[in-house]
Structures are given as structure tokens and as C-alpha cells.
Design a protein around this ligand. Structure first.
Ligand SMILES: CC(C)(COP(=O)(O)OP(=O)(O)OC[C@H]1O[C@@H](n2cnc3c(N)ncnc32)[C@H](O)[C@@H]1OP(=O)(O)O)[C@@H](O)C(=O)NCCC(=O)NCCS
Length: 271
């Protein structure tokens, strides 16, 4: 497999893994079955990766894929998309392999009713949960123990028909709040709303089968990222923790995790 190391991004709440481990040694025992990369019970790891990789790396990634993944890659017409899919899954397998101390080729995925991938064939009580999102040449991977997790990455596309899409998909309260913003703030607010909503439906696992107009998220400038309301489930919004950020210029991301009190680390996958 291609080599990799983590480079922590320059964020105020990000410290190196070594610092974290030594500081929290007494407080957090690394999960006994999570290997080379360790996750504490209150930690979330988010990895950013570029999917346009060298031919040598792609070859190694392809070799790690299951027959089903190879066949999915082959169904993309454009070789760029074939390669990005192979890199996306290859990097996922590589990172999972480091957490699980497993050969990436041995990792087996199962899929929920709406396609959310999860790990199978790993003896309990291991509960490493993950989710990923890709947009163009970039991908984000999120890992946590024992909790539901969803991540979404979107490129800020200035040609989006904000009003039409919002009117069609968003909750009435979100449409009203979006419409009350000045025109120059609408696109950014729309993308924030969309990524937070997608991260939520991916955490739940339902994907777009979950009606986007049945829950509301924050998105106004200066507002902390959170789930505001879930229709038919009073208090449900308290169950979820949301983090939103700009992983690179021109892109917006959101992460939704069940539970509260998380500590998040950002890392860069590099060859
Ligand atoms: C999940 C969904 C919202 C993702 O939309 P997107 O913005 O196009 O894609 P993203 O890049 O953010 O995420 C894609 C990744 O999410 C994961 N994913 C797929 N379905 C998921 C789900 N229901 N919940 C959470 N994650 C899911 C996969 O890892 C996928 O990447 P990969 O297959 O290349 O590994 C959308 O694909 C969806 O609603 N799917 C469910 C509906 C469906 O297709 N059902 C068919 C039954 S299998």
C-alpha cells in the first residue's frame, strides 16, 4: 500500500495525536481492538484526502478492492471517475486497516437498507463507525467508536439555483429563514444548510430516503452549527452533535454524530 502519514491541519482545536494521547492517557483508554491509529471513546477523527493519485498508488488501491468494488469502479464511464472511486475506497480501506490492524484487502463491508456501508466480520465488541463523502477531487472520512456518524462535503457551486432547490427540498422554516437573508449571504447559507442536512441523513443512514423537509438545521451567519428540530421527535435535536467547517477553499463540510461532548481531530492523508 502507498505510504501515508497524518499532517494535522492548522486549526485552533487540533493537537497532535501524541499530545492528545499523553494528555488524556488517564482519562481515555484507547479502544482495545483499534490498532495502529487509536480512537479514544470521546474522539472523532476526520481525514481529508485528494482522490487524484499517481498511477502507482491507484494500482495499489485497485488491488485492495473487493470484486464488487472493482465492478462498481468499472461502471463509471469516465476514467477520472473510475480512478476517484478506486482511490476513495482504497484510502477508506487503508485507513480502516490502520485502525483495525488489518490488511485492507481483508476488510468486508455490509450495506444498510439505503446503502450506508459498515464493517462486517469483526468480532464484537468492536464498534468502529465511519462515513465518507466525496466532491470532485476531494474526500473526507470520519471515524468514531460506538456512535452514528455522517459526513458531507460539497463544492461551492455558484450556479446553484438556491431558491428553487430550497423551495423543493428544505423545511418551510428553513425556506423562510433563507429568504430573510440578504441576497449576497444566501448561497453560503444554502450550502451550509445542505451539507448539515446531508450529514444528518447520512448519520441516520437513510440518505435521501429521509425527507429533507422533516427536520431543520441552523445555517445563519454566526449561528453555531446544530440540528434545530426533528419533526415528530421532540427533543431529538439534543441527541446530535454537529460540526461545520471549510476543509479547503471553495468547499464546505459538515459532520453529524450522535451524542455530545466530542473532541475532533483533523488529519490529511498524504502519500
Ligand atoms: C447517501 C447519499 C445522501 C450520498 O449522497 P452524495 O452527496 O451523492 O454522496 P457523498 O459523496 O456525500 O457520499 C457518498 C458516500 O456515502 C456513503 N453512503 C452511501 N449511502 C449512504 C447512506 N444511506 N447513509 C450514509 N452514507 C451512505 C458511501 O460510502 C458513499 O461513498 P462510496 O459508495 O463511494 O463509498 C445518497 O447517495 C443517498 O441518499 N443514497 C441513498 C439512496 C439510495 O441510493 N438507495 C439505494 C439503496 S442501496
Amino acid at each position: 500500500m502507498p505510504g501515508s502519514h497524518s499532517r494535522l491541519l492548522d486549526e485552533p482545536n487540533v493537537r497532535t495525536l501524541a499530545e492528545k494521547i499523553s494528555e488524556r492517557l488517564d482519562a481515555v483508554q484507547p479502544h482495545p481492538q483499534v490498532g495502529e491509529l487509536s480512537l479514544g471513546s470521546r474522539q472523532i477523527h476526520v481525514w481529508h484526502a485528494r482522490l487524484d493519485r499517481s498511477e502507482a498508488e491507484l494500482e495499489a488501491f485497485r488491488a485492495s478492492l473487493s470484486p464488487e468494488e472493482k465492478s462498481r469502479a468499472g461502471r463509471f464511464l469516465d476514467p477520472i471517475h473510475q480512478n476517484r472511486f478506486s482511490a476513495g475506497r482504497g484510502i477508506l480501506r487503508y485507513l480502516l486497516g490502520r485502525y483495525l490492524k488489518m490488511d485492507p484487502r481483508e476488510i468486508e463491508f455490509g450495506y444498510g437498507g439505503q446503502g450506508k456501508p459498515y464493517l462486517v466480520g469483526i468480532s464484537p465488541p468492536l464498534t468502529l463507525q465511519f462515513n465518507l463523502s466525496h466532491a470532485h477531487e476531494s474526500a473526507l472520512y470520519a471515524f468514531v467508536l460506538d456512535h452514528l456518524i455522517g459526513i458531507d462535503l460539497e463544492r461551492i457551486d455558484r450556479s446553484i439555483q438556491v431558491d428553487t432547490i430550497a423551495a423543493h427540498f428544505f423545511a418551510p422554516g428553513e425556506v423562510r429563514r433563507l429568504n430573510s437573508l440578504p441576497d449576497e449571504e444566501k448561497l453560503e447559507a444554502f450550502i451550509k444548510c445542505w451539507t448539515r442536512k446531508e450529514a444528518f441523513i447520512k448519520a441516520v443512514g437513510d440518505g435521501l430516503a429521509y425527507p429533507l423537509d422533516r427536520f431543520e438545521v441552523s445555517f445563519e451567519p454566526g449561528e453555531p452549527a446544530r440540528i434545530l428540530r426533528v419533526e415528530g421527535k421532540p427533543g431529538e435535536e439534543q441527541r446530535w452533535w454537529v460540526h461545520a467547517w471549510q476543509p479547503e477553499p471553495g468547499f464546505t463540510a459538515a459532520l453529524v454524530v450522535s451524542g455530545q461532548g466530542w473532541e475532533i481531530s483533523f488529519m490529511e492523508y498524504e502519500a
